[in-house]
Structure formats: C-alpha cells, structure tokens
Write a protein that binds this ligand. Sequence first.
Ligand code: FRU
Length: 463
Amino acid sequence: MNVRSKNLLKACETLENNTSKDIKYRPKYHISPKVGWLNDPNGLCQYNGLYHIFYQYSPFDTKPGLNYWGHCTTKDFIHYEYHQPALCSDEKFDCHGVYSGSALVENGQMNIFYTGNVKQVGNFNYITNGREHNLVKVTSKDGFTFNGKHLVMTNSDYPKDVTCHVRDPKVWKEDDTYYMVLGARRIDDVGEALIYQSSDLETWKLINRLTTKEKFGYMWECPDIYNFNDVKILAVSPQGVEPLGYKYNNIYQSGYFIIDGNFKGEYKLSEFTELDNGFDFYAPQSFVDDNGRRILIGWLGLPDIDEYYSNPTKDWVHMLTIPRELSFKDGRVHQQPLEELKRLRKSTNNFMCSSERTFNIGTSFELIVEGLTNDFTIQLNDAIISYSEKVFKLEFGKSGMGRTFRAIQIDRVYKVQIFCDKSSLEIFLNDGENVLSSRFYPSDNIMDVTIKTNSADVKLFEI
Ligand code: FRU
C-alpha cells in the first residue's frame, strides 16, 4: 500500500466515524454507504465461501467524487460486514477514480479488472480528449489485501473510432478462454460493447464489437454478458435513449438484448428489454455463486438525478438493490429475490382480502399479495401501486421527492411482492417477470397500508 492509499484510507475512516446517527431513512437490509456517495456494484464474486460485494464509493461528498471501491462481505445475505475500502485511486493511471469493474476467481486468486479514470486539467471536452480510461488489473489472495496493481490497456489500445469513454470491464471464462466486455461511446455518438479475448488475463485481443442496427443511445455503460443454456444475453446501461410511451422514462436506462448468433462473430441483437421499470435502477452486475445461481445486484439509484429529485439524507446517499436470482422464462429474464431473504422475515400476518383491508407496519417489511385475478390498489402512505386496464402503475405523492409515476403495460398481474426498506421499494410482479425499484421518503416511521381488490391472499412480514 503506498502512502497515498494509507492517507486516503485514514481520511475515509475519519469521515465514516463522524457520520450522523440519523437512521430515519437508513436501510436495514440493503447496502448503503457509511458516509457520502455510493453507485455501481463492482467485483461481485464468491471467494472462499464468502460473498464479496464491492461498490463505487466516495466518502467525501454526497456527490460522485474521488471514487474508491467500497467493500462489504456476507456469508448469507442476511448479515453484512463493512470493511475499509478495497481500492483507492493511488496511482497516476487511476488518479481521478477507481471506476467500475469486475472480479474473476481462478485457482484461489481474485483477479480484479477496473477502469482507472483520469481527467486531465485544461481546456478539454472530456469526450474525445482530456480523459483517460485505463484498464487496470489487481489481484488478491485473501479477498482483503490487493496487490500488483498494473496497467493492462490504455486508450491508445482501443479502436480508433471510439471516444475516450471506454470503461467498466466485465471478465468471464468460457471454454478455457477468458473474455472481457467493455462499454464504449463511439466518435459518431453510438453506444457499443467491445469484446476482447485472452489466454492469460494479461494480453487482450479485440475480437468483436456489438451494437444494434439502429443507434440505441450514445454510450453503453456497465456491460455484462451471460447465458441461460443456449440463450446469450448482453446487458448494458445505455445513455441517450429517448422515452417511448411508458418505456425509457429515466434519465438513463438499464436492460438487455438477446444475442441472436455468436457474440464472437456474426450476430444480431434483439429489441432492448428494461430490467427494471422503477425510478431508481442502474448499472447492475451479475455473477455465478458456488451453487450455480446467477445473482444480480444493481444500484438502487441513477447518476445525474439531483436536478429532478430532492434528497433528504444529509451525509449519505444511495443504496444497492437486494440480491436477485436470475432465470430465463417465456423469452424474458426473470428476477427473484434471493431465497436467503426469507430468513429476514420476523412477525407474520396472513389474511384474505375480499374488498378492502387497512393495517399499519414499520417501514421495513415484505408484503406479498397473490391470487390476484382482477384490478387492485395497494397504498403505502402516499405511494399508490395499482393495476387497471392492463396498466400497472407506481405513483408517488410528496414522499417521491419529485418522482411522479412509472407504468408498464402488462396482460395480467397475479402476484405482487414488495420489499420496503425505510426509503426504498422493490416491487416484483408475477415471480420476477417485471420489477420496479424506487427510492421514496415517507414522512412517518409507520406505514399505513390499504389493499383494495375483490380477492387476494395477503402475507405481511415485518423485517
Ligand atoms: C455508471 C458509471 C460507470 C463508471 C462509474 C463511475 O454509473 O458511470 O460507467 O465506471 O459509474 O463511478
């Protein structure tokens, strides 16, 4: 560890120890920054039995700044331990932030790849000049100490027709070969994914470039490639996509294409499907655990939303989503809350609802409303979740702090599963067919819940 790292870690510790004890909106079972700013989940992996969750973390401010990799571990997704940041920007090639990346566990070693961000001082546009996005590798033999940080690629290694924006390496192994996907912004303002191949994790060769026939945004951030049997998915977070009815209503999007053909050769990308239709979801990352489950965690937030939504937490912002298990059914990626989360359930209340029921609960709970056959409304203080005329809606009053409404067209809704955690809502429809994730800030610590429908089986769990 160099002196810059030592000092940065010390500064971080001091700030963390001075964070306010105001817990009104602090989540109970989500990862949030001890102090300052959090964004993308990074380096997700299971290593020596322990799940490691890293994340973009800047303890200095409630705005993105000099990003570290924050670090959290868990054995069971119930108890989490926060550690000192794993990576700090302590080298010339990452001096303005240890940006997003991934981990590949091989032969007892954690191999981490990330983007070293450098913003030169001067009169630059920071798109085609003035910015370096370096590919950096670092390894660990225990998951807590990280060694051998070094440069693997720089902007001059990327194709000539891309801007300086080439970042967020996701690395995986397939048939004894290593692959990496990087998100890129082309000079002609088209977003794409660059595919690299390697046999030793050090030397990388560009083998393909994936994009759509018609332009779909100017930049693709945080790409991820995975498959469900022979269905191959390219997940990306595109920027610059215009709203289309109920679709693409957030400032930036997050979702996936199905790759028809070969990601290494001839291919065509399907239409884009959003992974989440709520107000706050971005830059998700997935990994496979020792049980063979593909688990996804996203950022329960978005960049550049300060001008739209106000935020009442003073010295920390943002959180990660709950972990979700991915599967593929009926042509769609499904997301289910991880099985382990059932162990969070404390007191239970089960009842049938055949017209209207009202009850109270604290602001961390899980609510399942199933056996739905008709239109319904579920009200959580001033947040209204409803289904009518084949439109599912999420609407906020004051508690949305500027968030108004999001909706999706959906033929039937038979089950709604809601995870509420102080200032977040994650709503799973029909066992993960659709998900809507949002922040909100209820004024009270007690939630008044009203369910209106002609038939439903309700289960309520305090968490
Ligand atoms: C996505 C993103 C990434 C980048 C990181 C920096 O939210 O912009 O593309 O690596 O955040 O914090």
